[in-house]
Design a protein around this ligand. Structure first.
Ligand code: ADP
Length: 648
């Protein structure tokens, strides 16, 4: 309620009080009667009154200033207000002159007690002074009392203002209000409202401005209570003064109209209240049914999931029975404990840090987790973690819903192992088939080769040129077929090596280099092997793997430069990652997967010799050692062949 408009309103009123009191003080020196008593022949605002209003405005300005100096000034000013107010009351009470009335200017206008404030004015200033002191107490009770005192001042000023509006002649006023000027009443109204508004959170002011229904009713009623009787009195007294109606009749009309307007006004307000009550009841009903719905959801949720609610640090605040069953912990053991209680060492700490990062972004995390139970065993759960934000947008709690999926996981693992077994069996069958087929094919092929050799030598003289060319083609085809079958046989034999040995990769590369000595020196190849590791593996296979990669690097060299081959290795956890890098012709992106398949080649055999099985061998060997193989390359920029070996 105390918003910007109120601030501007308060400042304006303060300026009005300052201006009026200032002009009255000046007018006393300059004898401007029109300002001293605004209504002719009525009471004047005394110099002391104007001075005290001036001081009141200062008190209001410096009231909330923090400095010691301002606070001392505040108390001095309050003291002066209290002192002059009280002394004036004493003057009235004991009919004495304490020489304060004409201290600053001499009042030559007022007939009775010149320069002296009216009883009502003196009392009002004393009350305002108490009000100012009340603003500085810490005790709510005192603050409430002083607020009520300020409201009494407001009430006195209001009554005095009414006497003017109703044009009650001074002689008809009680001596209490006799000499309170109209602008004095108004300035009391203004300054007491400003003081009362300084304590908006207590007492009547709180009641007036709160958002609750009672306060809204009060706000609606106050204008009615203040205005209607007042306006009615004003019009009727005017009619009575002008002898248009008689006094007694006036009272009857006043009563009847007041009752009528009261009934109409209160009916309108009651209608409004009923309307908002209907709305509230409908809302209540809605909330009740939504609550019931929520309870149903909760029951449903509780019956199928384990629920945990933690604060934003992961401390468990709420759980349901399913969680205690799932984790084997008691409710007492869980509440107040950390959620990390369920973390299993199946995961690296970074795994949970990543989950937390997702949650702290305000995103729901969903996934499958292995959870630790009290007895040290683990279970698989399907888990959803929902972060809940408060009204400031910061995460306040996490709601964790878990479902036991251990049975499903077991079934999946079983299926997987069955599948792996079937696959292994099928692979064996296939390898055997390849072995037998390639082995048996060699025999007829040898026959074809030897008989075509016999034919071509025995019938050398009888064969014409065309037949000789045909024999040449037969010879080429059979020798190629023979090398293909041999390659196939080698491929199917891979993996039959039984003995795992410790292989020194540096020695291995040295030996390969020696074997390939002729090719290496013919092609001017440079092989740079960085310090390579020792590892456990099938030596013949690993040797074949390196040899294939090195021979390919030499074979697929660029025409205008000598091959440079760099071999390196990096340890990543429990695997070794090798890289064989060359400066050869490179491989386009679209072929980089295809080349590892059996008999897949990117070139004609006239261009580059080969069967297309070398990389298939490499892949099988890497797989045999728990690893994989891949290539990074681009045409004419060389290739990097990577392969990994599991180092157990
Ligand atoms: P082959 O060498 O007998 O052709 P591979 O299986 O060893 O069979 O290689 C398959 C294909 O991959 C090759 O035909 C060639 O096109 C490509 N390739 C292999 N290694 C390289 C390399 N170092 N540089 C460029 N291309 C290569």
């Amino acid at each position: 309620m105390i918003n910007n408009t109120t601030k501007i309103f308060k400042k304006t009123i303060l300026v009005i009080v300052l201006l009026i009191s200032g002009s009255v003080m000046i007018s006393w020196f300059l004898d401007i009667e029109e300002i001293l008593s605004v209504i002719s022949d009525s009471a004047t605002m005394k110099f002391n009154t104007a001075l005290l209003f001036f001081l009141t405005s200062f008190c209001l300005i410096i009231e909330n200033k923090k400095g010691k100096k301002s606070q001392s000034i505040y108390f001095i000013l309050t003291g002066i207000i209290l002192l002059i107010g009280t002394l004036s009351i004493l003057e009235h009470g004991f009919q004495i002159d304490l020489a304060i009335d004409n201290l600053f200017v001499k009042d030559q206008i007022s007939k009775n007690s010149p320069g002296r404030m009216s009883v009502a004015t003196s009392l009002c200033f004393t009350l305002l002074g108490i009000g100012f002191l009340g603003l500085k107490t810490r005790k709510i009770q005192f603050k409430k009392i002083s607020q009520s005192i300020v409201l009494i001042t407001m009430f006195i000023a209001f009554i005095s203002a009414i006497t003017y509006v109703l044009k009650i002649p001074a002689e008809n006023k009680t001596f209490f209000f006799e000499t309170m000027a109209i602008h004095t009443s108004l300035l009391f109204l203004f300054s007491s409202s400003l003081i009362a508004l300084k304590t908006p959170n207590i007492g009547f002011i709180k009641l007036l401005f709160s958002k609750l229904n009672g306060s809204s009713l009060l706000r609606k009623m106050i204008p009615f209570i203040l205005l209607i009787p007042f306006l009615l009195s004003y019009f009727l007294s005017d009619l009575i003064h002008k002898n248009i109606i008689e006094y007694n009749f006036g009272i009857i009309i006043y009563t009847v109209i007041l009752i009528l307007i009261s009934i109409i006004y209160t009916s309108i307000i009651s209608f409004g209240l009923n309307k908002s009550d209907y709305k509230r009841r409908a809302l209540d009903q809605n909330i009740i049914s939504k609550n019931e719905e929520l309870i149903q959801y909760k029951i449903a949720l509780n019956s199928v999931t384990a629920l945990t609610i933690t604060d934003n640090k992961g401390v468990i605040k709420t759980i349901n029975d399913n969680l205690t069953k799932m984790t084997q912990y008691t409710e007492k053991e869980l509440l107040g404990n950390d959620f990390s209680l369920f973390y299993s060492d199946h995961y690296e700490p970074s795994f949970f840090e990543n989950i937390l990062a997702v949650l702290n972004n305000g995103t729901i995390w969903e996934g499958e987790l292995q959870n630790l139970r009290k007895d040290g065993t683990t279970i698989w759960v399907s888990c959803s973690i929902i972060p809940f934000k408060n009204e400031h947008g910061t995460i306040e709690e996490f709601v964790v819903l878990k479902q036991d999926i251990s049975k499903r996981k077991k079934a999946e693992a079983l299926l997987e192992s069955q599948y792996v077994k079937q696959l292994e069996a099928k692979n064996k069958e296939l390898e055997q088939f390849t072995y037998i087929a390639s082995h048996d094919l060699q025999e007829p092929l040898r026959t074809v080769t030897s008989f075509s050799d016999i034919l071509s030598t025995e019938y050398q003289d009888k064969l014409d040129e065309q037949a000789k060319i045909s024999f040449k083609f037969i010879k080429q085809a059979t020798s190629r077929m023979s090398s293909l079958i041999k390659a196939l046989l080698d491929y199917s034999r891979l993996g039959y090596e039984q003995k795992l040995t410790t292989i020194n990769c540096n020695t291995l590369i040295d030996n390969i280099t020696k074997d390939l000595n002729t090719t290496i020196s013919q092609t001017n190849t440079k092989i740079e092997a960085k310090k390579l590791p020792e590892l456990k593996g099938y030596e013949t296979a690993i040797r074949l793997l390196f040899q294939n990669l090195i021979t390919n690097a030499i074979k697929f060299r660029q025409k205008d430069r000598s091959p440079i081959i760099k071999i390196s290795a990096k340890q990543k956890g429990n695997i070794w990652e090798f890289c064989v890098e060359d400066n050869g012709i490179g491989i386009a992106k679209e072929f980089q997967k295809k080349i590892f398949a059996i008999f897949q080649r990117l070139h004609l055999k006239d261009e580059y010799e080969g069967t297309g099985i070398g990389l298939a061998h490499c892949q099988k060997i890497a797989n045999l050692h728990g690893g994989e193989i891949w290539v990074e390359s681009s045409p004419m920029k060389g290739s990097k062949f990577y392969f990994t070996i599991l180092n157990e």
